[in-house]
Design a binder for this molecule. Sequence first.
Ligand code: A2P
Length: 349
Amino acid sequence: MPQSYRVAVLGATGAVGTELLQLLEERNFPLADLKLLASPRSAGAKLSFKGEEVPVEVVGDRSFDGMDIVLASAGGSTSKAWAAKIVEAGAVMIDNSSAFRMVPEVPLVVPEVNPDAAATHRGIIANPNCTTILMNVVVYPLHRVQPVQRIVASTYQSASGAGARAMEEVKRQSRAILDGELPKAEILPYPLAFNLFPHNSPLTDSGYCEEELKMVNETRKIFGDDRIRITATCVRVPVLRAHSESINLEFERPFSVAQAREILSQAPGVKLVEDWQKNYFPMPIDATGRDEVLVGRIRQDLSHPNGLELWLCGDQIRKGAALNAVQIAELLIEKGWVRPTAAAIAGKA
Ligand code: A2P
């Protein structure tokens, strides 16, 4: 295995793409080469990396030749369009879109939860949905001690989940409203500034939107447990970045608040933020730009003897997307899994 790696970022100009670049720089990722790819809209653009201006290339048939790792964050249809070319080129695709998450042979990985699943990849690893990652990092350490039986999640999701252009739209809408004008909604379906609405992902026949079903199905896949009952209500709120979630957990037996606090104060990727005297708990502004998922307000569920309530906030663009993808890449390097293992190719991993 080489000591440094040729990495392509597909969707480099987007909200997650630019964060990927920042993380590769910050974490001193062992790069032999860095290729920035986007759509024809970005032809001629340059992005800064380690003090240098790197040109953005329009993705094409030969873009992935010689690459080791492709970090993709350009939407599901773009991922589907290029996945075969990436795998053919011998690179591993760490895909931030939902395109392959529920494909049984594609591992869906949160490094703090199921790192070993990454060993089974045959060229594609899926990065889970942002709200799912944030919830899983917090719930899994409790689940390991006593299996959770039911999860009720309510989310408060920022504009960043809909991309960089949605973030700009919320800023424009805010200015318009403050200037006494009518806000225009072009990227998001309705004005989000000074408003909120149920999540804008497509509705399904079940009455749930796709975002809610991602929390249900992806969590079961990541935890490797189809028996967990999960329900979710996802809401878009006028926060620029960092999602918040109210989580109700039901266990088989009572789970003491003290024990939950102790576990979460030591859990990887989690930071306990609770000051009961000041009524100070996780907030999106404190989670913004941070790697850890902030958790607090851990309390006994008054309505159920085996229930716990908690509140979390996490940076949707970082741990909810870009950071998790970079951590997967680092895990592959550390374990020697960048190329598929012989067992994975034989379907025995
Ligand atoms: P571009 O800036 O050229 O449109 P966000 O999620 O913040 O909206 O970003 C989406 C990212 O995906 C951007 O980098 C965007 O590039 C890229 N992208 C969108 N569609 C395509 C496509 N068809 N081919 C390549 N990149 C794409």
